[in-house]
Design a protein around this ligand. Sequence first.
Ligand SMILES: C[S@@+](CC[C@H](N)C(=O)[O-])C[C@H]1O[C@@H](n2cnc3c(N)ncnc32)[C@H](O)[C@@H]1O
Length: 250
Amino acid sequence: MPADFPRLRDHLLDPSGGLVYHLRAWRHRHGRWAAFHAAVAVWLEKWRITEPELVIIGPNAGYALPDGFLGRFTSVVALEPDPIARHLLARRRDATALRFDRLDCLRTPDGLARLATRFPDAAFLFSNVLGQVAAPVEDWSVLLGRHLSERNWASYHDVASTVTAPGCRETLTVIETESLEATLARFWPGQAITVTDHATFRLGDSGPFAYVPWPIDGSRWQLVEWAVHQAQAQVLTRLPDASCPPATLR
Ligand SMILES: C[S@@+](CC[C@H](N)C(=O)[O-])C[C@H]1O[C@@H](n2cnc3c(N)ncnc32)[C@H](O)[C@@H]1O
């Protein structure tokens, strides 16, 4: 990798993580956030991949990752800019095969391409980060399609946020093709709401997608989406020798 690869810069006061996030997690993980974490645990349990190596982008301290999850892999690499989060993640009981890497794969247009090259045998888990960090160009769906279509990846991420509490707080899997508005209506039926669109709806466009509302604090709700992408296999085939039928002479 060239010396100028984009490096993660330590941060403690970032809006998508940092001290505020730890305070919220310690306060809410057994209460307000418990249903969201239970949904993530079910999604991860069903996500069965064969790669022995997993790269997690934005794990923080692993608050949302169920106990034992890291132990499913022979090797786990975390890309996490928050030093407190790294310290806490490394102390988890299942973090025996964990190491950290400094690649910032979200900052530059070629970041996901660098991710694929640096970890050629890994699967990737974007851990509630793609709805928090804006894509450097175009949008995350386009960049994932361009650079990671041949790899297994999954992501849970905010698709929209609002101050209005949802009427439905269940986890839903959506098989139908539908708009963001239609999906929001499943959770806020008949309600007039103002939302911030995080530009991550139907990430990767492969479906089915699952959703759960997450009360991030006392006044704001995020709708979190679960998206899984299966690697499109490229098979190198040696075709048998077969000569063309002889041309018919007239
Ligand atoms: C909303 S938090 C989610 C934390 C955790 N995965 C969870 O679900 O509770 C977003 C995380 O992404 C991290 N993050 C921010 N920018 C990042 C980047 N460029 N690369 C990797 N992680 C990043 C933050 O430090 C933070 O830990």
